[in-house]
Structures are given as C-alpha cells and as structure tokens.
Design a protein around this ligand. Sequence first.
Ligand SMILES: Nc1ncnc2c1ncn2[C@@H]1O[C@H](COP(=O)(O)OP(=O)(O)OP(=O)(O)O)[C@@H](O)[C@H]1O
Ligand SMILES: [Mg+2]
Length: 365
Amino acid sequence: MGAAIEVRNLTKRYGKMTALDGVSLDIDANEFLVLLGPSGCGKTTLLRCLAGLETPDEGEIRIAGDVVFSAERGLSMPPGKRQIGMVFQSYALWPHMTVFDNIGFGLGIQKLPRDQIRTRVDNVLRDLAMEGLGERYPSELSGGQQQRVAVARLLATKPPVFLMDEPLSNLDARLRMDMRTELKRLHIDSDATTVFVTHDQGEAMTLASLIVVMNKGQIEQQAAPLDLYRQPASLFVADFIGMPRINLVSAESVQENGRGWANVDDFRIPLFNDAPQGRLTIAARPEDITLSLEPQPDAVEFKVYGALSSGPELMVQALRGSTMITVRGSPQQDVKMDQPIWLTFDPSAMNLYDESSGKLLGAHQ
Ligand SMILES: Nc1ncnc2c1ncn2[C@@H]1O[C@H](COP(=O)(O)OP(=O)(O)OP(=O)(O)O)[C@@H](O)[C@H]1O
Ligand SMILES: [Mg+2]
C-alpha cells in the first residue's frame, strides 16, 4: 500500500543559495508524481529532503501520517526508517557485489529467507529484461544496465514510497520507451507512491498521474498532464511543456462589433468570446494552427521559412515580418521554402497571458 506524503513550507538553503523556497505539496497514496523543471530548479534537493539525505532549514514532512521531519520540533527521522526506496541520479551500485547481491542486499537486511530473496531478485531481473546478468559485477555492465540494476534494487524491497531521480537518463531512446512502460506497470502492480524526477517533459507527460513543475526552488504549477498541457498557469510552464515549443506572440487584444481580435504587427487573429483586452501574449500550440496552401477566411498569409518532415509528422516554420510561427502540417502537404501559406488560428485552443507577470489571464473553455 502506498503512503501519502505531505510537505509543508519546506525551505533548504546552501549558503546564500536557496534551493527550495517554501515548497508545500500533498501527494496522495498511489500517485505517480513527476517533478519536472529545468536544471538547478531544486528537484533533486526536494527528493533528497523526502529521503532524509538533506536536512531542510524550515518546514515539515509527513509520510503515511508520521512526521519524518520537523524543523520546529528539531526532528529528523533517519533515511532507513522512512519506508522509502530511492534511485539516485548517479546510480550508486556496490562495485564489489554481483548484480544479484546488489539487488538482494536490502532484502537480506529485511531478513527475508534466502530462497525468497532468490525468487524476488529473479522476478525483478525478468521484469527489467536482465535475466542472466545476476552473476556479473557492475563494472561488467553498460551504463543503461547499471541504471536498471539500480531500479531493480529499489523494486525488490517493495517500499511504500519510490523516489526516483532521473532513473532512465542513461538509457538509449528505445530502451527508455520500454522502461517507461515497465515502470508504469511496476508502479501500478506494486501499489506504491512514486515521486519521479525528470527534466524530460515527454517522460513526465507519459508517466505522471500528476506533474509538479518547479522553477527556482518554487512550485509553478501542479496538474494532471493534459491539463498542464492545455492550460499552463504561466508563460514559464507554457514554454517549458510541449515539443515543438508553444508559439508565444505579443499582441494587442481589442473588441470590435462584439468580436475579439488580437492585433499583431500588420495582421490580426480572431480571439475567443470575452477575451481580456489590452497588451498581452497569445499562446498557441503548433497543432492548434491549421496550415493551408490556399487563402482561407480569417487566415493570415505567411511564408515558409523552414519545413522539417520526420515521416509521419511535418513541422513548418512560418514567417511574416518579424513573427515566426511553428505549425504542424500534414505529411501529405508538399511545402517549399519561401512559398506562401495561410495559417488559421483556433481561438478555442488559445491561452492569453499577462506580458509582465507571465500569469494566465484568460483561457479557452
Ligand atoms: N550540496 C550542495 N551545495 C551547494 N549547492 C547545492 C548543493 N546541492 C544543490 N545545490 C544547488 O541547489 C540548486 C538546486 O539543485 P538541485 O540538484 O536540486 O537541482 P535539480 O533540479 O535536481 O537540477 P538537475 O536537473 O540539473 O539535476 C542548484 O542551484 C544547485 O547548484
Ligand atoms: Mg537533479
């Protein structure tokens, strides 16, 4: 059974540097929570605080209702007592132990009988496609295999909380995909609460039941993957989530004859009803813009600046004046450099942001 985690006002400083700045977070039992954010935003620090490997300066942490850390009460439960299993960013395996012993070590400490340890280790080795590697030493494994041993070691002990810090970063692209599927299955089968750190937003979108986006030691937004994608709460999140990147266009929003328009340079884009007015930033995803090779009503003429086809997908960079827009075309569309194209922006998939604060002003319904 997974354990719920409560984090209250957690602050961690290294000298003058504030790595975590008053973070509060509720994680439900059995959640697959992904901490996402750019390098240095505090993801590893938060995970290490949960694990008990760092001592925060302020705040409180509860796991399964038990206070495991409280700055006020001067209480800090040691890592071994916190009922957590952790895979570190730099996976630390014991070099003098075989793969089998590395994975089985925690079970030995739990005083599990030898035959049960063998069964459990064999099972995780099979789950992670590493059968037959049990007798090797870490130095005889590739980086990706070592990383899988680190994951296997965590899974074998079946803790109620999994903490994983970029556990797939050393795997090649295809293995990474396979491991994502395995991890998701293992999370569900094991009934654990998982906190998973990555700066790879594709990984976050596919694995998470809840994503927490961090920026400079603070939480920017927490939401289910699709909600985060459709309605980012700030320009930071809008820009961070999505590949290719979301289009951000500075515009003047006006109402004319009961209809909202965004004036951009020498062209205008229709907006949704009751859109906020004034100077703002429009955010539109590449798939929410339609590309036509012929003029269309309300469409704006652009020129093809670049076109990248990856087989099933066509990405076009469209330019008009100083405005560059990325739009997702269809693979059948044959576009040539510099040819005119017409873009139709879908007002029902657009978000509007305050230019200075970066906060969401108005969202499509
Ligand atoms: N032991 C330490 N001493 C001093 N500063 C540290 C220490 N550990 C982390 N920091 C600083 O705290 C900030 C947060 O670091 P952290 O490792 O949590 O980032 P991260 O989000 O995990 O980044 P990455 O994606 O690169 O792993 C960074 O500015 C980092 O330089
Ligand atoms: Mg890190």
